[in-house]
Design a protein around this ligand. Structure first.
Ligand SMILES: NC(=O)C1=CN([C@@H]2O[C@H](COP(=O)(O)OP(=O)(O)OC[C@H]3O[C@@H](n4cnc5c(N)ncnc54)[C@H](O)[C@@H]3O)[C@@H](O)[C@H]2O)C=CC1
Ligand SMILES: O=C(O)CCC(=O)C(=O)O
Length: 445
């Protein structure tokens, strides 16, 4: 990093102590943008980088709720409204016990550049709570969502800040959150949340968008080497929203996903994951992957080990941050992997990225490869604003075009900066330039 950028980074670490994930996300962007700052001294004069690293607003709030035994519980809720240069703050809500301010800030920071890369009018934000929905009854989840929205509602709005789902927040939670927002405000404001059910303003393909989008990105990336996913052996981590629809699209494009995972271990099915059964276990029974292995004799459930030990051509990490470290990257290289495409946010550590690159593995960062989810959220906002509802085919076509455009933006920018094939540089620089130019246009705000 150049001296100027190194100083900015040191300042970020000093001002945001104890937030290693946020530091990691900032460092990755700052490492890419030195050459842009050399070409555009006006960005440094206006302290654009310093301003981008500081959230516009951060809200932390108490979420009290009552469990089924009548015991009062208290969680902590967050919304970080990071950057509104390009549009209303936009980004998901995560309910997971590991959530704290540093996680929400890393996710919000990533979201700024990801949303810029889509070319759509959305700023960056993220939120969540340290609530663990696992093992909680439907009624407990509903009460938690209602209490969370009872504070959040005053900070959001279709033109202000538009949350959606992330880990632990799916269609069920969005429904409860929307119901409470409507009740408190007495406004049927469809565009205040995305990822809604189709009966009340949800968009076709939003559920599938992140997973499908990551696979479309992988297709584009492989196509540059005259290749594709057909006939490829693929491993996916996670078995939630992003993972399930990544698996579906890989299968539709002729590849075979032989393994997926959850926080307890992984499932190996050499004949290809049976998605109907996986979805029944995960989405309906909310069960564990070993249930699959009990029902499919040739499948194996492996507990306490990493899914990345399974040899594959293409790896799609779709679970959580920093799940591929040095050891996992080495295992992927040893297993013959040629491409890693991030469906999750920052699932690969900097050490792992270096190792993969050194071994010639193509690597696509999440802020480019998983942008399909938020892109279709922006299309949901557009449909809500015009009281329209597009067909599945039209929405999927838009998603495919958007992922093609994002890929091209990353590819062309990397070439322009003399680093062909460097998707990390391409994504960071293309996203940063759009936000920086707009911030300059808005003056000192
Ligand atoms: N839902 C969306 O539209 C988008 C999600 N993402 C990112 O994709 C990732 C997955 O999100 P979703 O599928 O929405 O969440 P989800 O809650 O539906 O699924 C998360 C999955 O990851 C697994 N998991 C969590 N921690 C794990 C660990 N330590 N080891 C192994 N597996 C673990 C869970 O068992 C679950 O299968 C996250 O990084 C999220 O930020 C990114 C863009 C959009
Ligand atoms: O659709 C959205 O607004 C949320 C997407 C999101 O949280 C993400 O891209 O990580």
């Amino acid at each position: 990093m150049s001296e100027t950028v190194e100083t900015v980074f040191a300042n970020v670490v000093q001002r945001n102590p104890g937030e290693p994930e946020f530091h990691q996300a900032v460092r990755e962007v700052l490492e890419s943008i030195g050459p842009v700052l050399d070409r555009h001294p006006e960005y440094a004069r206006a302290q654009v980088v310093e301003r981008i690293c500081e959230p516009e607003r951060q809200v932390i709030f108490r979420v009290p709720w009552e469990d089924d035994r009548g015991r009062v519980r208290v969680n902590r809720g967050f919304r970080v409204e990071f950057n509104s240069a390009l549009g209303p703050y936009k980004g998901g809500l995560r309910f997971h016990p590991s959530v704290y301010l540093g996680i929400v800030k890393f996710l919000g920071f990533e979201q700024i550049f990801k949303n810029a890369l889509t070319g759509l009018p959305i700023g960056g934000g993220k939120g969540g709570a340290d609530f663990d929905p696992r093992g909680r009854s439907e009624r407990e989840v509903m009460r938690f969502c209602q209490s969370f929205m009872t504070e959040l509602y005053r900070h959001i709005g279709a033109q202000t800040d538009v949350p959606a789902g992330d880990i632990g927040v799916g269609a069920r939670e969005i429904g409860y959150l929307f119901g409470q927002y409507k009740r408190i405000t007495n406004r049927y404001e469809s565009g205040v949340l995305t990822g809604k059910g189709l009966s009340y303003g949800g968009a076709q393909v939003r559920r599938e968008a992140t997973g499908y989008g990551a696979v479309f990105f992988a297709e584009e990336m492989l196509a540059r080497g005259g290749d594709g996913l057909a006939g490829r052996r693929v491993v996916v981590s996670g078995s939630g929203n992003v993972a399930v629809y990544a698996i579906e699209k890989v299968h539709q494009l002729g590849g075979t996903v032989v393994a997926c995972s959850d926080s307890t271990g992984y499932l190996l099915d050499e004949k290809g994951i049976d998605l109907t059964l996986l979805r029944e276990i995960k989405e309906e029974r909310r069960g564990r992957l070993d249930e699959y292995a009990r029902e499919v004799p040739h499948a194996v459930a492996v507990s306490g080990r990493t899914v990345w030990e399974v040899p594959c051509d293409v790896a799609l990490p779709c679970a959580t941050q920093n799940e591929i470290g040095g050891a996992e990257a080495a295992a992927l290289v040893a297993g013959g992997c040629v491409a890693v495409v991030e469906g999750a946010n920052m699932p690969t550590t900097p050490e792992a990225v270096r190792l993969l690159r050194a071994a010639g593995v193509r690597f696509a960062p999440g802020k480019a490869a998983n942008a399909g989810g938020v892109a279709v959220s922006a299309l949901e906002m557009q449909q809500n604003a015009s009281r329209d509802a597009w067909s599945f085919a039209r929405s999927e076509q838009r998603l495919r075009e958007t992922m093609r455009d994002i890929h091209a933006r990353c590819w062309d920018t990397a070439e322009e900066y003399g680093r062909p094939g460097d998707y990390v540089l391409g994504a960071n620089v293309a996203g940063f330039r759009r936000v920086a130019e707009t911030m300059l246009a808005h003056g000192l705000v």
